[in-house]
Write a protein that binds this ligand. Structure first.
Ligand SMILES: [Zn+2]
Length: 74
């Protein structure tokens, strides 16, 4: 059985299926609950960004993830 570890919370993801119970973002593997936390964290920031810029968005995701990896949580 394949197991994967979330890069943020270090929890094992049993039978990982991409985009279902884990997500590959900014070269990191992220579990579902961490992805939910990430979305909650960036949603208010994204909402204020106008006009929307995809490159900016990608950078925001990447920076948020790297910060979370350091802290061990979002
Ligand atoms: Zn996680």
């Amino acid at each position: 059985m394949k197991t994967l570890t979330c890069d943020v919370c270090k929890q094992n993801i049993q039978q990982p299926v991409m985009s279902r119970n884990y997500f590959h973002m900014a070269h990191r593997d992220i579990c579902e609950s961490c992805k939910d936390s990430l979305e909650l964290q960036i949603k208010p920031v994204v909402r204020t960004k106008s006009p929307f810029d995809y490159q900016w968005y990608n950078k925001l995701i990447k920076d948020s993830i790297e910060k979370a990896v350091e802290k061990g949580k979002f």
